[in-house]
Design a protein around this ligand. Structure first.
Ligand code: MV4
Length: 446
C-alpha cells in the first residue's frame, strides 16, 4: 500500500481525498498556488508544497511543478481529483514515467475516451446503443445537411475533444445549420485544440442517467448503480440524485449491464462513469464515458455505503477495493445540491469575499466544502462553494431533508443559488416527475 499520496487538485475534492487518505493511514501531500497558502486543503494535508503563482496555467495545470512536488516529498502516487489535469492523458503518462502511480485509468484509455468519436465507436463495437448520428467527424456542412436529411431536426453538433457539454451547438432548423457548424468548429479549435465536430440527433425530452463503474484493469468491473443528472444549466450540473428516480428495474439493469460491458471490454482500470441519455420509452443511448471521480460521487457513496476515493486508492495499489456490485434497487435515496456563488435568478457569477457562512448539518445531511471565512471566491477557479447531500428511505424524505438543509444555509458576501434550488424542490415536475433535461428552463418560466 502507498505510504504517501500527492493530491494534484484544490478545493473541496482535495479536502475529500485527504479525508480518505487519513482514514487509510496514508500521508497526504497538498499542492497550492501562492494565493491559496491558507486554503483548507493545505491546512488539512500532512504536507504541502507551493507549486506556483495564482493563474491555473502556472500552478495547478503546470505538470513539471506538480511532479517536482511529488519528487521532493517522496510521494508514491498521485490522485488527480476531477477537472484540471484529471482527464489529461499526458499528465497520467508523465506521472507513470516519473515513477508515480497515477490513481486513475490507463493513459491510453483516458486518451481514447477523451475522443468522443472514438468512444462512440467502442460503444458501438461492443453492442451498446449510441445516439444516432455521424459515423465520424463531419468535414463540412454539406455532410451535416445529409445527416439532417436522414435524422431530421433538431440536431446537436459536438466537439470530438469536448465533453461534459462543452462545445455543443443545437441546430433546430436548416437555416441555422451553416452558422452553427462554423461556430462549433472555431470554438472547438480554440477550446480543445481540435476543430473536429460530430453530429447527433438531439433527444428532447430525455434524461441524463450515468452509471458508476470500477474496473480492475483486467476486465473485471463492479457497478455501483446509477445517478440522474438531468438538472443542468448550460451543461453545469445543479442537482444530482441516486438512484435515478422513475426508472423501472428492467431499464435500470439494461443500462447497468451496458455500462459494465463497455468498461469490461476496455479492461478499464479504476473509477469511471458511463453517461447515457434515456428517452421517454426507456431506450438508453451512450453519450460519453468520464475517466475520473465525479463531483456528484457522494450520492453514490451514500446509497451504497462505500468510500469511492478509498476504493480508487486500493485499486491503484493492486489491492482488493472492498466494494461489490449493486444487484438490487438500493433502499436509500440520496440527493445532492451544488451551492454556487451566483445570482439565484440570473445565474450570473457572484465573485467576492465570503465574510461568513453557515452550512447545514444534523441527521441525514452531509456537506462537502473547502470554504473558509474571508475567502475570495473567484470565477477563475469555480463558483462551487459547497455540495449539500441529503438522504432518506425514499426520494420524498431526501427532498424534505434537503429543503430543511437549504433553509439553514447562509453565506454572506456573495450571492448563492439557494432560492433557485428551493424553488426547484417545490416544482411539481421535479417532485412527481418526469425528470428531463429541460427541467431548469421549466422551473424558470414557472
Ligand atoms: C445530449 C442531449 C440530447 N441529445 N445529446 C449535456 C452534457 C453532456 N454530458 C451531454 N449533454 C446532453 N447531450 C443529444 N444527442 C442532452 C444533453 C443534456 C442536456 C442538454 C441541454 C440541457 C440540459 C441537459 C442536461 C443533461 C444532458
Amino acid at each position: 500500500m502507498f505510504e504517501k499520496v500527492l493530491i494534484a487538485n484544490r478545493g473541496e475534492i482535495a479536502v475529500r481525498i485527504i479525508r480518505s487518505l487519513r482514514d487509510m493511514g496514508i500521508t497526504s501531500v497538498a499542492v497550492y498556488a501562492v494565493n491559496e497558502k491558507n486554503a483548507l486543503h493545505v491546512a488539512l494535508a500532512d504536507e504541502a508544497v507551493c507549486i506556483g503563482p495564482e493563474p491555473l496555467s502556472e500552478s495547478y495545470l503546470k505538470v513539471p511543478n506538480i511532479l517536482s512536488a511529488a519528487e521532493i516529498t517522496g510521494a508514491d502516487a498521485v490522485h488527480p481529483g476531477y477537472g484540471l489535469l484529471a482527464e489529461n492523458p499526458d499528465f497520467a503518462e508523465a506521472c507513470i514515467q516519473s515513477g508515480f502511480v497515477f490513481i486513475g485509468p490507463q493513459p491510453e484509455i483516458i486518451a481514447s475516451l477523451g475522443d468522443k468519436i472514438k468512444a462512440r465507436h467502442v460503444a458501438k463495437k461492443v453492442g451498446v446503443p449510441v445516439v444516432p448520428g455521424s459515423e465520424g467527424p463531419v468535414k463540412d456542412e454539406r455532410e451535416v445537411r445529409n445527416i439532417a436529411d436522414e435524422l431530421g431536426y433538431p440536431l446537436i453538433l459536438k466537439a470530438a475533444h469536448g465533453g461534459g457539454g462543452r462545445g455543443m451547438k443545437l441546430v433546430t432548423s436548416p437555416g441555422s445549420l451553416s452558422s452553427a457548424f462554423q461556430l462549433a468548429q472555431v470554438e472547438a479549435e480554440a477550446a480543445f485544440g481540435s476543430g473536429e465536430i460530430f453530429v447527433e440527433k438531439y433527444f428532447e425530452p430525455a434524461r441524463h442517467i450515468e452509471v458508476q463503474v470500477f474496473g480492475d484493469g483486467k476486465g473485471g468491473v463492479i457497478c455501483l448503480g446509477d445517478r440522474d443528472c438531468s438538472v443542468q444549466r448550460r451543461n453545469q450540473k445543479i442537482v444530482e440524485e441516486a438512484p435515478a428516480p422513475f426508472l423501472s428495474w428492467e431499464v435500470r439493469k439494461r443500462i447497468w449491464n451496458d455500462a459494465v460491458k463497455l468498461a469490461a471490454h476496455l479492461k478499464y482500470l479504476n473509477a469511471g462513469t458511463v453517461e447515457f441519455l434515456v428517452d421517454e420509452e426507456g431506450n438508453h443511448y451512450f453519450l460519453e464515458m468520464n475517466t475520473r471521480i465525479q463531483v456528484e460521487h457522494p450520492v453514490t457513496e451514500i446509497i451504497t455505503g462505500t468510500d469511492i476515493v478509498k476504493a480508487q486508492v486500493l485499486i491503484a495499489a493492486n489491492e482488493d477495493p472492498g466494494i461489490s456490485s449493486l444487484d438490487e434497487p438500493p433502499n436509500v435515496h440520496a440527493l445532492e445540491c451544488r451551492i454556487n456563488a451566483e445570482d439565484p435568478y440570473s445565474f450570473a457569477p457572484s465573485p467576492g469575499v465570503v465574510e461568513d457562512f453557515h452550512f447545514p448539518g444534523g441527521p441525514y445531511v452531509r456537506v462537502d466544502t473547502a470554504l473558509l471565512r474571508n475567502q475570495m471566491v473567484s470565477p477563475v477557479y469555480d463558483p462551487l462553494l459547497a455540495k449539500v447531500i441529503t438522504w432518506g428511505e425514499n426520494r420524498e424524505q431526501a427532498i424534505e431533508r434537503m429543503k430543511r438543509a437549504l433553509a439553514e444555509t447562509r453565506v454572506s458576501g456573495v450571492k448563492i443559488n439557494v432560492p433557485f434550488l428551493l424553488k426547484l424542490l417545490e416544482f411539481q415536475d421535479f417532485v412527481r416527475g418526469p425528470l428531463s433535461t429541460r427541467m431548469v428552463e421549466k422551473v424558470l418560466v414557472s
